[in-house]
Write a protein that binds this ligand. Sequence first.
Ligand SMILES: Nc1nc2c(ncn2[C@@H]2O[C@H](COP(=O)(O)OP(=O)(O)OP(=O)(O)O)[C@@H](O)[C@H]2O)c(=O)[nH]1
Ligand SMILES: [Zn+2]
Ligand SMILES: [Zn+2]
Length: 249
Amino acid sequence: MCTDCGCSQVDTAKVQIEGEPHHHHHKHTHTIEVRERLLAKNDSFAMQNRDRFQSCGLLVLNIMSSPGSGKTTLIEQIAKSKGDRAHKVGVIVGDLATENDALRLKAAGATALQITTGTACHLEADMVSHAASHLYLTNLEILIVENVGNLVCPAAYDLGETLRVVLLSVTEGEDKPLKYPTAFQSADVVILSKIDLAEAVEFDRETAIANIRRMAPQAKLFEVSARKGLGMEAWLNYLQSLMLLEVCR
Ligand SMILES: Nc1nc2c(ncn2[C@@H]2O[C@H](COP(=O)(O)OP(=O)(O)OP(=O)(O)O)[C@@H](O)[C@H]2O)c(=O)[nH]1
Ligand SMILES: [Zn+2]
Ligand SMILES: [Zn+2]
């Protein structure tokens, strides 16, 4: 359920976790009270998730972006960087339909679970909670949630993550941080992706970075090409340093 977007027009959202038919039915209305109650309910699930993740010393990322900005490709490279410990990278990936992303992530060695949301264009904390109960959290070094490709409503739903990561690919245009403020304002990390394509699309790096800095002054910024391996070392080292912090908590 989401009143930020077209999904509130739909009567029910079928949510299914790979391998196990399991439907959550969400009623949709348009009132602000209902929305607030839902967000409060989401917050309480998110808090439970956060407690659970912290008690396992687990670093959890919530990765958000428009469709096709390179979320799955980035996560594939995180898994591959772990070599024979790739299976210690857990991924919960949300899409409206298909298990394509989970299959790609499994092929990269990760432990991946697909959530198909039907009509809901974002993940909610209870979906993540349910999916996480299908994973052996204590066996993981990191849990990555790949949100549904959408730069609007995912930002409204806390999933209990440690870190919010927002991707912006160079092909999307420099003004996106200004047009989609909520996602950027709540980001802990912004990743400028597909930098190998910057020249081809005449990407204006300075303007883009100024826009990111304006909307997300709090965020750490990385510039990467997951495809070509550019800038990946700094990003992977940063993740590694956070994983060590979580374990020592
Ligand atoms: N040139 C280039 N292409 C990339 C890069 N990263 C991803 N791509 C391509 O961009 C397309 C979309 O990448 P995905 O990783 O599937 O993007 P996504 O954000 O997971 O997409 P959704 O899950 O559908 O929202 C694919 O064709 C990728 O191969 C990159 O760094 N450079
Ligand atoms: Zn994806
Ligand atoms: Zn939505």
